[in-house]
Design a protein around this ligand. Sequence first.
Ligand SMILES: Nc1ncnc2c1ncn2[C@@H]1O[C@H](COP(=O)(O)OP(=O)(O)OP(=O)(O)O)[C@@H](O)[C@H]1O
Length: 240
Amino acid sequence: MRSISAEVLQIAKGSAVIELDKVSYGYGGSMLFSQLSLELAKGSFHFLTGASGAGKTTLLKLCYADLRAKTGQVRLFGKDAANLGRDEVAVARRRIGVVHQDCQFLDHLSIAENIVLPLTVAGRHDEVGKNLPELLKWVGLTKQADQRPPELSGGERQRAALARAVILSPDVILADEPTGNVDWEMSERLMKLLVELNKMGKSVLIATHDLGMIRTMKSQVSARVSRLKDGQLIQAGADL
Ligand SMILES: Nc1ncnc2c1ncn2[C@@H]1O[C@H](COP(=O)(O)OP(=O)(O)OP(=O)(O)O)[C@@H](O)[C@H]1O
């Protein structure tokens, strides 16, 4: 059993879009975090780092209400996630674009169909024609639009996953190891897309173990870096 003391991360710019307030979570009988607090401010850029198994994916899942805190409060856009009904959770989630670690594509659909899936599921078919060409161009996948996910390279899949995460124009982007399994050049390209989104006013939280990339990006964007270690969230300093 691991436990921690409270650590509240204050982010100066704007009001909070997602807040974890003294949250506890664990699988089975053991606790992964307890009394963990995190505040993602509107328009902020945040890196979450930590060793494999530290709990980064779990923390992101709490941030988009895929998991429920055992104790403490998760607030999405100011509302306690525990008090939201199914429809309200769905509405909140539409404001949060998630780039999953394993991309989670439907392999029988084309890349274009996968990217627009959040729109078609939401019944917003009329917006597909307007948004898709621009998004494909933005992530450099216009030529690959009709290919199936297994036919794409790792970097192309990651860019497609990013396009799908932003198709509903969310306020927040949560990205879980978006540069896993891609080379340095592609990692930098992906990160620059995320910085671009942040410059458009979106809040960005990226879970990554890639400290080299964090160091590089810190010169390009004002970012907060937190490290998850032994169930504690520690704000990383110059020692990064
Ligand atoms: N559904 C689950 N059931 C039981 N244990 C789980 C489950 N999901 C994750 N865990 C455990 O919780 C711990 C944290 O997992 P998590 O995936 O959040 O870590 P992570 O920091 O994202 O790791 P990685 O960098 O390897 O992706 C790990 O020990 C993992 O085995």
